[in-house]
Design a protein around this ligand. Structure first.
Ligand code: ARG
Ligand code: GLU
Length: 713
C-alpha cells in the first residue's frame, strides 16, 4: 500500500513538473520543441495552426503595436484589441480639458469618427528564418572581438538588404542566446491606425498605480484601434480614401469562460528578459541599481503627484509620464522582493556550480565565470552613473532634452551655419510638442530635487562643474532664479530664439544656464561613462555567450532564448497562487470586487455611475459567466514580460479568452528568475471587455463585427 502511494505521488509530481511551464518560445520552433508538450496540456491545434508560412495561422492575427506593446486582430475589418495603457499616449493626445477622453472614454460610433494617430504603426510578422549559419559560418577564429562584431553587422545588413530589395516588406535580424544563434524576421508595417474606442480611465485604469502589478485585480485595461489600408489592402500612409484592412486571420472570441487548469497561450512581443544572468549580475541589480532607481523615482513621483492634484491641466499633461515612471518604479520594488524571497542569488550560484562541474577540464569554459565576476565588479561604478544619467538629466529634466536638440546648430562650427528653414521648422515642431506637456513649476521642483540626489549618490567626477564648489552654492541655493534666466523654459522664448537665429542667438544659447547644465551633464556621460560602460558591457556579452553555450551543451535544463522584442509564444494554464503562508488567491475576480473597491473619494477607485448601476442590477447580458457573475480578470502561468501588454490569451482551440496586461507583484522577478509557484500573468476576461463595449458604452456595433463562439448554450 505504502509503495503504491509512493508511486502515485511520484507520478503526480512528475506530471505537475511536466506542466510547470517556463519560457517564451520561437513560433517557428514549436513543432520541434513544444508541440507534444502543449498538446498534452490541452492544446487541440497543431504547431502549424499557430505559426505557418504557407497557410493562414494565428500569427497573422498578432501585431506589434507601436513597437512597445502587442495587439491582436479581432474582426475581418482590421479591428485591433490592445490595452488601455498601450493606447494611453494616443488617447491622451486626443484629449484636452474640454474633450477629456482620458476621463470620459471615447467611442467611435462609425468609421468616420475613428481618430487618426500620426506616428503610430503596427507590424505583422510575415515569416521568420534561422540565419545562424549565414551570419556565423566561416568567421575567422583569429578575428578580434570588435572585428568579429563588425563582420557580423556587415553580414546582417547584406542579408536584410537582399531580403527586402524590391519588396514592400521590412526585415530585421536579432541575436539569440547572446549571439549563439541568429534569426531573421520579415515584417509588414501598417501606418494608418485609428483609435476606435477606449473606456474611461476609471475602467481602463481602475485601481491605478495602487493596484498596478497586483492581484486581485479589477481593471478593464483595453482599447480598440483599427488598421486602414489602401484599396488593394496594402499598407499606406494616412488617407481619407483608405479602407479597413482585411486580415489573413482574426481571432474568434470564446464566450465559455475559463476554469482552473485550462490550457492557455500568450502570443506576442515580449521585450526583454535576462534569465541567464550570473549571481554577480543579480546581486548588482538587486543591491545597487534597483535601489538607486527606485529612490530617484520615488522622489520624482511624489512631486509630480502634488502638482497633478493641484491642477487639472497639469494632471492631463503629466498623466502618461507619471504612469510610465510609476510603472517600473513599482516593478523594481516587486522584483527585489521576489528575488530575495526566491533566494535567486543562491539559485544562480547553484547553476554556476553545476556549470563549473559539468565543464571541468574544458579549456573554452575554464575562465568564463571568474572573468564575468571581474567584469561585473568593474562595471558597477559606470552602471550606476549610467542609471543616474538616464533617470535624471536624460529622462526627468525635460528642459535639458529640449536644449540638447539645439546642440547641432550651436556647436557644429565656430561660424554660424546657414540654417535651412527645414531645420528651424523641425526644432519648432519639437519645441511645440515639448511644451504641450510641460509645466514649469513641476519641472523646477523635480529637477532641483533630483539633481541633489544625483550629487549625493555619485562620485564627484560625474557631477557637472556648475553643481560643484562655490559656483554651485550660488546655483543650487538660488536654483529657481538662476534657472529662470534661461530661454528654454517657455514656448515664446524658444520660438523667439528660433525666429531670430544667428550669431547673437548662438552666443546667447551658449551662455544659457539650462544649455550649460545640459552640455556638462552630456559631456560627462559621453566622456566618462558611456565609453567605459560599453567596453565592459560588450565583454560581458561575449563571455555570456560562452557561458550560455556551456549551459545548453552540458547542464540539463529548459533553455529558451531571452525575450528581445521578437514574436514569441508562452504557454501554461489558468492557475491561482499562494502569495504567502496562510493566504491563497482565487484565479479570477468578478464584478462584486469592483463594487468592493469602489471609492468615489479616491481617484484610483472611483467609477462611472453607469457601471456601478449595471453591476448592481446584474445587468450582464450574454457576458455573464455560467455562475451568474461577471468575471473581470484572471491569472495564469504564462511566462510574460513588458511588451506582452495587449497580447491575446488564447485557449486550446485558438479562440481569444482574455487580454494580457500585467503580472503579479510576487512574480515580477520572472524577467530574471521565473518561479512557477509565484509567477502569474494577469489578464482581463474577454467577456468583461465585451460587456464594457456593449452594455456600458452602447457600442454593440463593434461586437457585431466580431465572431463570438459559445459551446455551452
Ligand atoms: N504594469 C503594467 C505594465 O507593465 C501596466 C502599466 C500601466 N498601468 C499603470 N497604472 N501605470 O505595463
Ligand atoms: N504591463 C506590461 C506591458 O506593458 C505587461 C506586464 C508585464 O510586464 O508582464 O507590457
Amino acid at each position: 500500500m505504502k509503495k503504491l502511494i509512493a508511486i502515485i505521488i511520484s507520478v503526480f509530481i512528475s506530471a505537475s513538473a511536466l506542466t510547470a511551464k517556463e519560457g517564451m518560445w520561437l513560433p517557428m520552433l514549436l513543432k520541434s520543441l513544444n508541440e507534444g508538450d502543449m498538446q498534452s496540456m490541452g492544446l487541440k491545434l497543431s504547431a502549424e495552426d499557430i505559426y505557418s508560412v504557407n497557410q493562414s495561422s494565428l500569427k497573422d492575427a498578432i501585431v506589434s503595436f507601436g513597437g512597445f506593446c502587442t495587439g491582436e486582430i479581432i474582426s475581418d475589418q482590421g479591428l485591433i484589441l490592445t490595452n488601455h495603457h498601450c493606447g494611453y499616449g494616443q488617447i491622451q493626445s486626443h484629449s484636452s480639458v474640454e474633450n477629456d477622453y482620458l476621463t470620459n472614454g471615447y467611442w467611435a460610433m462609425n468609421h468616420a469618427q475613428e481618430l487618426t494617430n500620426p506616428g503610430l504603426s503596427v507590424t505583422f510578422i510575415v515569416r521568420m528564418e534561422d540565419v545562424t549559419s549565414e551570419i556565423l559560418n566561416d568567421l575567422s577564429p583569429t578575428l578580434k572581438e570588435s572585428e568579429r562584431q563588425a563582420e557580423i553587422a556587415k553580414r546582417i545588413k547584406a542579408k536584410v538588404d537582399s531580403t527586402t530589395k524590391d519588396s514592400s516588406y521590412g526585415a530585421y535580424i536579432r541575436p539569440f542566446f547572446y549571439g549563439n544563434e541568429y534569426y531573421m524576421f520579415v515584417t509588414e508595417t501598417f501606418k494608418d491606425i485609428r483609435l476606435v474606442g477606449a473606456p474611461p480611465s476609471a475602467i481602463g485604469k481602475f485601481g491605478g498605480d495602487t493596484d498596478n502589478w497586483m492581484w486581485p485585480r479589477h481593471t478593464g485595461d483595453f482599447s480598440l484601434f483599427r488598421i486602414y489600408a489602401d484599396k488593394d489592402n496594402q499598407p499606406a500612409d494616412y488617407s481619407e480614401d483608405n479602407v479597413p484592412f482585411k486580415p489573413r486571420h482574426f481571432l474568434p472570441i470564446s464566450m465559455d469562460g475559463v476554469k482552473k487548469g485550462d490550457f492557455t497561450m500568450v502570443y506576442g512581443f515580449p521585450g526583454r528578459t535576462q534569465e541567464y544572468l550570473t549571481s554577480y549580475a543579480i546581486k548588482q541589480i538587486k543591491e545597487v541599481i534597483n535601489p538607486a532607481q527606485i529612490e530617484v523615482r520615488n522622489q520624482a513621483l511624489k512631486i509630480m503627484d502634488l502638482h497633478m492634484k493641484a491642477s487639472d491641466k497639469v494632471r492631463i499633461q503629466y498623466a502618461s509620464k507619471y504612469a510610465s515612471i510609476a510603472n517600473y518604479w513599482k516593478k523594481w520594488i516587486g522584483e527585489n522582493r521576489g528575488l530575495e524571497k526566491a533566494n535567486a542569488i543562491q539559485l544562480k550560484q547553484d547553476r554556476e556550480a553545476a556549470f563549473t562541474k559539468a565543464t571541468a577540464g574544458m579549456e573554452e569554459y575554464k575562465m568564463v565565470l571568474p572573468e564575468l565576476e571581474k567584469r561585473y565588479l568593474a562595471i558597477e561604478d559606470f552602471a550606476l552613473a549610467r542609471s543616474f544619467f538616464v533617470e535624471i538629466p536624460y529622462r526627468k529634466m525635460e528642459m535639458l532634452r529640449l536644449a540638447n536638440r539645439f546642440t547641432s546648430i550651436v556647436e557644429d562650427t565656430s561660424e554660424v551655419k546657414e540654417l535651412d528653414t527645414a531645420t528651424i521648422e523641425k526644432l519648432k515642431e519639437q519645441a511645440k510638442a515639448h511644451f504641450k506637456n510641460f509645466d514649469l513649476s513641476t519641472e523646477i521642483e523635480v529637477s532641483e530635487t533630483l539633481m541633489k540626489e544625483y550629487k549625493k549618490q555619485l562620485n564627484s567626477k560625474y557631477v557637472p562643474e556648475i553643481l560643484k564648489g562655490g559656483k554651485a552654492d550660488l546655483f543650487m541655493k538660488n536654483y529657481e532664479s538662476a534657472i529662470k534666466k534661461s530661454n528654454f523654459l517657455t514656448e515664446e522664448k524658444v520660438m523667439a530664439l528660433l525666429d531670430n537665429w544667428g550669431k547673437g542667438t548662438v552666443k546667447k544659447v551658449k551662455k544659457d544656464p539650462v544649455y550649460q547644465l545640459m552640455s556638462q551633464f552630456w559631456d560627462i556621460y559621453f566622456k566618462e561613462v558611456r565609453p567605459n560602460y560599453s567596453v565592459l558591457a560588450a565583454e560581458i556579452d561575449s563571455l555570456s555567450k560562452i557561458y550560455v553555450k556551456g549551459l545548453r551543451s552540458y547542464v540539463p535544463g529548459t533553455y529558451y532564448p531571452d525575450a528581445n522584442s521578437t514574436l514569441r509564444l508562452a504557454y501554461g494554464q489558468i492557475d491561482n497562487y499562494k502569495p504567502k503562508d496562510g493566504v491563497t488567491y482565487d484565479f479570477f475576480t468578478s464584478g462584486k470586487g469592483i463594487l468592493e473597491k469602489y471609492d468615489p473619494e479616491n481617484v484610483d477607485f472611483d467609477l462611472p455611475k453607469r457601471l456601478v448601476k449595471l453591476i448592481e442590477d446584474k445587468d450582464f447580458g450574454q457576458y455573464a459567466d455560467e455562475d451568474g457573475s461577471l468575471h473581470v480578470c484572471f491569472t495564469a502561468s504564462n511566462h510574460t514580460t513588458g511588451g506582452n501588454s495587449g497580447s491575446p490569451v488564447i485557449n486550446g482551440t485558438g479562440e481569444l479568452i482574455g487580454l494580457n496586461f500585467d503580472r503579479n507583484w510576487e512574480g515580477t522577478m520572472s524577467d530574471i528568475n521565473y518561479d512557477i509557484s509565484q509567477c502569474r500573468n494577469i489578464s482581463v476576461d474577454i467577456r468583461y471587455v465585451l460587456f464594457v463595449v456593449d452594455k456600458f458604452a452602447n457600442a454593440g456595433h463593434l461586437v457585431e463585427e466580431m465572431k463570438l463562439i459559445s459551446t455551452k448554450k
